[in-house]
Design a protein. Sequence first.
Length: 360
Amino acid sequence: MRRLRVRSSSGEYAVHVGAGAWRALRQLEGYSSRFVLTESGLWKRWGRKFAREADWGPINPVLIPSGETSKSLAMAGRVAGVLLERGADRRSLLVALGGGVVGDLGGFVASTYMRGIDCVQAPTTVLAQVDSAIGGKTAVNVLAMKNLVGTFCPPKLVVSEPSVLASLPPRAFQSGLQEVIKHAILSGPAFFGFLEKRLPGLGAGHGNRLEPVIARAAQVKVDVVSRDEREAGLRRVLNLGHTYGHALEEVTGYRRFLHGEAVGWGLLLIARLAELVGCLDVHDGRRIASLILRSSHLPPIRDLRWDRIQALLPRDKKAVGGKIHWVMPESIGHVRVTPDVPADAVAAAFRDVQQGFWRE
């Protein structure tokens, strides 16, 4: 079991990573009632273990449909209505047991219900355990814009149980590995080299082998958000790969790519862009590409039109005045944020990746 500490505006909170992490819920006392927001499939598979580990007695979960469509203002209203019907008050606790959709929605509901109740994140996917459950970002989607409406609301606790990853489909598991790779690029040669040896061939059922990977990747997120909780500057580095990635998701109507898969392509694209503008050494660029491609089977992008993607890039939430702030890798372990990137290089990087530049 690893215990990480996050500094936030409302004080510190712990991130427990490892077998038995859910038992940390027993330390949460003084609440008038406790509620668990989750999906029916997850609860059917893991509900009994969760209830036993939490030791809270019988739990009647609040269930939502799986999938991105549940991240909406309408669903937030429905969940709030259920909480009201079941007697939730300002001293209630909401636990978000699930992946990124459940975590984002649960955090958003908790941060707004009766102007805010406490929330615990119990992430059940790789992506959520290493990234989205940590840092206090909450959000729902509006129209075609992902995470358009949200809050910063630090959880009281994060409990990441690696054994729950065993029930992930292979595609969902591999998708989450792309966020692990992103964190390794930010971290430096030691973690990146560790992943080059460990990540290819690593499966969802390898709980003991996964724990150090999840913990090291989560530590990267912890370090960043502890220094910049509300994205004033440093936290922008976590957007590595996401500017291209979000555009890929949006141009395909959020139907072709899982989020991590879009981030995987985004990392390939930003690495190639950094090479083209002379920011990243080709050797490091090829190492990044190799690890991404050996760790996942990414859906194709060869049929996507550049002009449609180009039109979406300025809509990135990190853009200021329509100007994109690119997170550019300079080496494994160093990135810089810059708005000064030639448009022709941005287009050339996309064409090169579409054509498989790494095969040269």
